[in-house]
Design a protein around this ligand. Structure first.
Ligand SMILES: *[C@@H]1O[C@H](CO)[C@@H](O)[C@H](O)[C@H]1NC(C)=O
Ligand SMILES: *[C@@H]1O[C@H](CO)[C@@H](O)[C@H](O)[C@H]1NC(C)=O
Ligand SMILES: *[C@@H]1O[C@H](CO)[C@@H](O)[C@H](O)[C@H]1NC(C)=O
Ligand SMILES: *[C@@H]1O[C@H](CO)[C@@H](O)[C@H](O)[C@H]1NC(C)=O
Ligand SMILES: *[C@@H]1O[C@H](CO)[C@@H](O)[C@H](O)[C@H]1NC(C)=O
Ligand SMILES: *[C@@H]1O[C@H](CO)[C@@H](O)[C@H](O)[C@H]1NC(C)=O
Ligand SMILES: *[C@@H]1O[C@H](CO)[C@@H](O)[C@H](O)[C@H]1NC(C)=O
Ligand SMILES: *[C@@H]1O[C@H](CO)[C@@H](O)[C@H](O)[C@H]1NC(C)=O
Ligand SMILES: *[C@@H]1O[C@H](CO)[C@@H](O)[C@H](O)[C@H]1NC(C)=O
Ligand SMILES: *[C@@H]1O[C@H](CO)[C@@H](O)[C@H](O)[C@H]1NC(C)=O
Length: 365
């Protein structure tokens, strides 16, 4: 019979090999990212226990509660003690940085080890399998995964990407696959082709999809005119989300129903004080050479003039004034410009007349 210390060692080895096998069997989420930029990303999180939105904010170190609320389209007046039942999926917004072909959350969140924690518990339970213990070990250069100390700070490397997809800037969203879901259901829900999902995630067999797998889903972003030299470039929002930018002075929303055009206006918040900018009040947000404020537009005859958000610098907020011809001209194919008021009505008339004509032709035949 083995002596007690030998048995302990054997048992420990057994437990660790079992854990290692389990973790290897589960594909660690890693998203390709070949660009060198930084960007915003989203990832799903399901807390193992009932919790509050404030606790989730703290766990993932989301700087502003408003960003977390906006990513989930929760009302901006939601308090941090807003309770979340276990199994409620929450989208976490975070900064992504690409390095060596992979995208990882930019040195955040930092988790402080508590008594009773193991790397495996932190990966599997606290962060609900968004990472594996091995990824935490590698990211933090931990020589022995069994040796972590209470109070030690660990960077939790969440998967993400900043790559363009089919030539478009997108919001990469780490989608947590639900039990019984399928590639085609996910493709339908986010209006992304199955082919793109399979290719992006290197999936050969869509039937092998597993619950709680994290998929890279490229979400279409609202288009905007944000300058490349803006501190928040590329500011991307996916459908049905909002966020504050320019040190909280600007509130932007993305609504697919509004032609996928980023909709920004002055926010009701006071400017947040950050290292890069130090604003005692928000700078003016009027478009030069007009009396339009950020987010305003005026229509005259066929033209709609809009004052749009174009980014910010340490000193100022950039705006962009543009005029869109909204008349249904001869070259108009009916799906480019946004239509308002009488122009929309004119188009409806045209369509109706075309239908009547077509119908008459059919009847004549
Ligand atoms: C949240 O906190 C506010 C005040 O801070 C309190 O009025 C409210 O009852 C709390 N809500 C919950 C669900 O605990
Ligand atoms: C970059 O990735 C390759 C393969 O993915 C790996 O072999 C190499 O060690 C990585 N380099 C660095 C500096 O992390
Ligand atoms: C969840 O709740 C159980 C019991 O209420 C507790 O033991 C466990 O530590 C909690 N887990 C987390 C991640 O907070
Ligand atoms: C889904 O995507 C296709 C191709 O990008 C597009 O033509 C279609 O309008 C989209 N559907 C919706 C509901 O946005
Ligand atoms: C991800 O990058 C690796 C290394 O460059 C490449 O072999 C692999 O095909 C890429 N996967 C996808 C899904 O593009
Ligand atoms: C406004 O944005 C458009 C599209 O990006 C750009 O072509 C134009 O130069 C911008 N105008 C100003 C005044 O910055
Ligand atoms: C945008 O989000 C709304 C609200 O969730 C949803 O009803 C709509 O189908 C979405 N549109 C697209 C094109 O994803
Ligand atoms: C921020 O502004 C205050 C007063 O406006 C000034 O005293 C302080 O030096 C500024 N800090 C930086 C870092 O610019
Ligand atoms: C211009 O924008 C401001 C702030 O969003 C709003 O209060 C005001 O009603 C708008 N004016 C017009 C003419 O649309
Ligand atoms: C509308 O815009 C066009 C150019 O886009 C310009 O030539 C025309 O004068 C404008 N008309 C009005 C009424 O502003």
């Amino acid at each position: 019979m083995a002596s007690p210390p030998t048995r302990t060692i054997l048992f420990t080895l057994l437990v660790f090999s079992a854990i290692a096998t389990l973790s290897l069997a589960q594909t660690p989420p890693r998203f390709n990212c070949s660009s060198t930029s930084k960007c915003h990303s989203l990832i799903d999180y399901i807390s193992p226990n009932a919790t509050t939105i404030g606790a989730v904010q703290k766990l993932f170190q989301v700087k502003h509660l408003l960003s977390l609320l906006g990513a989930n389209n929760l009302p901006a007046n939601t308090l941090s003690n807003f309770s979340l039942p276990a199994s409620r999926k929450i989208k976490i917004p975070f900064n992504c940085k690409c390095n060596n072909g992979t995208g990882l959350s930019d040195k955040r969140p930092i988790y402080t080890v508590q008594s009773g924690d193991s790397l495996d518990k932190i990966a599997e339970v606290t962060f609900a399998r968004l990472v594996t213990f091995l990824q935490i070990q590698i990211a933090n250069e931990i020589p022995d995964p069994r040796k972590i100390d209470v109070g030690q700070e660990l960077w939790i490397p969440l998967p993400c990407s900043c790559d363009e997809v089919d030539g478009n800037r997108v919001v990469h969203y780490g989608h947590l696959v639900e039990m019984g879901s399928s590639i085609s259901a996910i493709a339908g829900r986010y209006n992304v082709s199955e082919e793109t999902i399979l290719k992006l995630n290197g999936i050969a067999d869509p039937k092998g999809l597993q619950a709680s797998q994290v998929l890279d889903i490229p979400l279409k972003a609202c288009s905007s005119v944000i300058r490349q030299d803006s501190l928040d470039f590329p500011f991307l929002l996916s459908n049905d989300t909002y966020d504050y930018t320019a040190n909280n002075c600007v509130l932007c929303q993305c609504d697919a129903a509004k032609n996928w055009i980023l909709d920004c206006k002055p926010s009701p918040l006071k400017p947040s004080s950050v290292k890069s900018s130090n604003w005692s009040s928000c700078p003016t947000m009027a478009c030069e050479g007009s009396n339009l404020l950020l987010g305003n537009s005026t229509a005259s005859d066929c033209n709609t003039t809009t004052c749009a958000y174009a980014g910010f610098s340490k000193q100022t907020i950039f705006t962009n004034i543009s005029t869109l011809n909204t008349c249904p001209g001869p070259s108009d194919n009916g799906n480019g410009a946004s239509r308002t008021g009488s122009q929309g009505l004119n188009l409806a008339y045209l369509v109706a007349i075309t239908h009547v004509l077509a119908l008459s032709l059919l009847l004549i035949q």
